[in-house]
Design a protein around this ligand. Structure first.
Ligand code: C2E
Ligand code: CA
Ligand code: CA
Length: 279
């Protein structure tokens, strides 16, 4: 009992430290936006990348987003953080779309940002300033963040889709919503949560879930991304199920921007070489 109390107090102390440190982390440029590739499973061609936040704290070290995002959400700092992500992400997309015009960038938006009217305005302003195609930007919203007032959330989704950006439901399968409920929101992409994908070659029920999700999602007119693709077997199974895009360590880990630019260049070259060979 005393041990559990001690562990809990260490955890809350760390939370307090993180919360205090978050305030000046943005100003002292401790955040970095990594990119993790997404590929088209049918062709092997690059589809785009998901932007993932990294925090390098000078004393606390690397703090994973799973730890600091919930704290940023409860302290309200998430709004400035999301604006920074959108700004940095779109600046990256400008460079990437010049290398590869089909490049699609996915950005994570917190459920806490959904009600903020400033965010779509900020997004339109940046898209216009940078002369970027909105259809090449996807906003990922977790399934759990869509639970609540259906009319309000549907309105928010509509507003973003009016701008021309794509809306994705992230972590699908971890919440308690049905596809029937989500369909009413209107979304363009469904991301199967990595818990169903990571070890799918050994778990038949996960294969059934992935296969059925692909079929249902397609019949509802949306595309499917599987995250957590860690093996060739999973990659090939998902391809067989007709899953559109894959993301995971088997393809590549999240990486800093410069490394991603190099990865993208190499992938474009190797895809061109193999498709020339098969002509
Ligand atoms: P997420 O949006 O579901 O992102 C996918 C997570 O899966 C990432 O963890 C990624 O590194 C990890 N991942 C990708 N492929 C594999 C794989 O093959 N195997 C395994 N085991 N993991 C894989 P990460 O970067 O630690 O991010 C964790 C979560 O933090 C994200 O989950 C997202 O919910 C949140 N997050 C990250 N960046 C942002 C951001 O800019 N804004 C917001 N609001 N949340 C973010
Ligand atoms: Ca995501
Ligand atoms: Ca996810």
């Amino acid at each position: 009992m005393a041990y559990i109390r001690c562990v809990n107090s260490v955890i809350s102390e760390r939370k307090l430290k993180i919360s205090a440190a978050l305030r000046d982390a943005l100003e002292s440029e401790q955040f970095e936006l990594y990119l993790q590739p997404q590929v088209c499973l049918k062709t092997g061609q690059v589809y785009g990348a998901e932007a993932l936040l990294r925090w390098h704290h000078p004393i606390l070290g690397q703090i994973p987003p799973d730890q600091f995002i919930p704290i940023a959400e409860s302290s309200g700092i998430i709004h400035s953080l999301t604006e920074w992500v959108v700004e940095k992400g779109l600046t990256y997309q400008k460079v990437l779309s010049e290398i590869y015009p089909e490049h699609v960038l996915s950005l994570n938006i917190s459920g806490k940002d959904l009600a903020r009217r400033e965010l779509p305005v900020h997004l339109i302003t940046l898209l216009t300033q940078l002369d970027l195609s909105p259809s090449k930007i996807t906003l990922e919203i977790t399934e759990s963040a869509t639970i609540g007032n259906m009319n309000t959330i549907r309105g928010v989704f509509e507003d973003y889709r009016q701008i021309g950006v794509k809306m994705a439901i992230d972590d699908f399968g971890t919440g308690y919503s049905s596809l029937a409920y989500l369909t009413q929101l209107g979304f363009d992409e469904l991301k199967i949560d990595k818990q169903f994908v990571m070890n799918m070659e050994n778990i038949p029920s996960n294969q059934t879930i992935c296969n059925a999700t692909c079929d249902m999602s397609h019949s509802l007119g949306s595309s499917v991304v599987a995250e957590g693709v860690e093996s060739q077997t999973a990659y090939l199974l998902l391809k067989k199920y007709g899953c559109d895009y894959g993301q995971g360590y088997y393809i590549a880990r999240p990486m800093p921007f410069d490394e991603y630019v190099q990865w993208l260049g190499e992938s474009i070259t190797s895809y061109a070489a193999t498709s020339n060979l098969s002509r």
